[in-house]
Ligand binder design. Structure first.
Ligand code: SF4
Length: 409
């Protein structure tokens, strides 16, 4: 009589399993541990059964399988990291079951199209959370930075103030609209303060101005900073030092420091320490010539991806929408409206915000742009990596990592 014991390996409902060719990864979304493994041999067969939703996230193991060193080590890691449990199968028919974490969502696009056909799609506007208006360009603007962060371009076009106000009033139908950004050389935009205050009564407003432009209108800037949120954009650190030396009232300002190299990073942190700056964000930017900096300092490596701490909800969100782009519209001074400045315009400022949001949700390429293309869709880190960003678009590669560069296993 065969007395060989049998077991059930049952994964936790908080554990994700991802299998991509010969690579596999288990991720426990509560304690944030990972079990990377080679998806070959017996492990491949077991992992494949676990991955099949019909098997209720369990697989039967024999003692003989458990005696294989690779299988034993794999199971031990799964149990030790609380990704799952190993239970003896005593043959009583009392089978354990678990639930694989799978996002159950109506197909958003089809749902919105259905609402539209019924004439009851008014709710789509609720997906609009932020609008960035570029009111004009600036001599200190930068067309490459403009594509990567909120930063003025060098355009000569000037926005139509009445159209901006009308667009905001119509957008406010969205109860989730929570931020209006006004960017450009704001010192020369006619009646900026009056307009910003009118908009502020509808939704919180933030002004974005380069440090060079700010230096040309310090008294004006101080008045704005007393009433409105002001973000100073810094790509020229000597200008920032001039601003900080000239004022004792900078505490109310917020700063974006553009970092393009190790040297600019050191200069930025030096100024932050010297002036005790608070409310500062350091934002890396691609210049067209600093790819090695991105590769060395910005691209995530295996160590960083092994240390991510995402909840189940965070992962479901990354599987659904672009965390950076979702809910934002950008409007250029010429009136063109974009969901992302690196994609084609959705329409014009004269269009209704509702129609623009509906178009982006059903035909667009930004808000729902996720890591579902090569090489990311073949990578076990597909849903642990940040959403695709404009860095990737500007650099011209769909992935930003050392894994895909072949530098790391
Ligand atoms: S960027 Fe893409 S290929 Fe690179 S680790 Fe992330 S998911 Fe994988």
């Amino acid at each position: 009589m065969n007395t060989m014991k049998k077991y059930w390996l049952v994964l936790s409902p908080d554990t994700f399993i991802w299998l991509k060719g010969e690579n596999g990864l288990l991720y426990q979304s509560v304690n944030h541990t990972q079990v990377p493994f080679k998806n070959v041999g017996t492990i491949k067969s077991l992992a494949g059964q676990l991955d099949d939703i019909d098997n209720l996230y369990r697989v039967e193991l024999t003692e003989e399988m458990l005696q294989q060193p690779e299988v034993n080590g794999w199971v031990r890691q799964i149990v030790d990291k609380q990704c799952g449990r190993l239970l003896e199968n005593n043959g009583t028919g009392n089978r354990p079951a678990s639930m694989k974490p799978v996002l159950k969502l109506q197909d958003g696009v089809k749902y919105y199209e259905w609402l539209h056909r019924q004439g009851i799609d008014g709710c789509v506007i609720q997906n609009l959370h932020e609008v960035v208006f570029y009111l004009n360009g600036s001599a200190s603007g930068d067309d490459v930075l403009h594509r990567q962060l909120v930063y003025p371009s060098t355009t000569d076009a000037v926005a139509d103030r009445e159209k901006v106000i009308r667009f905001v009033k119509e957008s406010k139908v969205s109860p989730f609209l929570s931020k209006l950004s006004l960017a450009g050389n704001l010192l020369v935009f006619p009646h900026l303060e009056e307009m910003a205050e009118e908009l502020q009564a509808i939704c919180p407003v933030k002004l974005y101005i380069t440090v060079e432009d700010a230096l040309n209108g310090l008294p004006q800037l101080k008045e704005w900073a007393d009433k409105l949120s002001v973000q100073i954009l810094v790509n020229d650190f000597p200008s920032l030092e001039m601003l900080l030396d000239a004022n004792g009232w900078c505490a109310g300002l917020q700063f974006t420091l553009v970092v393009t190299s190790v040297q600019t990073y050191e200069a930025a942190t030096g100024i932050i320490n010297k002036y005790g700056l608070e409310h500062v964000e350091l934002v890396p930017a691609y210049t067209g010539e600093n790819l090695p900096f991105f590769e060395d300092c910005i691209y995530p490596d295996a160590g960083e991806l092994a240390g991510v701490s995402l909840s189940k909800k965070d992962i479901f969100i990354r599987q659904t929408l672009n965390v950076t782009d979702f809910g934002k519209l950008y409007i250029e001074p010429d009136g063109k409206v974009y969901a992302n400045l690196d994609n084609a315009p959705l329409g014009m400022i004269d269009d209704s915000p509702h129609d623009l949001v509906y178009k982006e949700l059903t035909e667009g390429h930004s808000w729902l742009h996720i890591r579902d293309q090569e090489p990311c869709r073949e990578c076990v880190y597909q849903w642990l990596c940040p959403s695709p960003s404009n860095y990737e678009r500007v650099i011209g590669r769909p992935d930003l990592c050392k894994m895909a560069m072949g530098n790391e296993a």
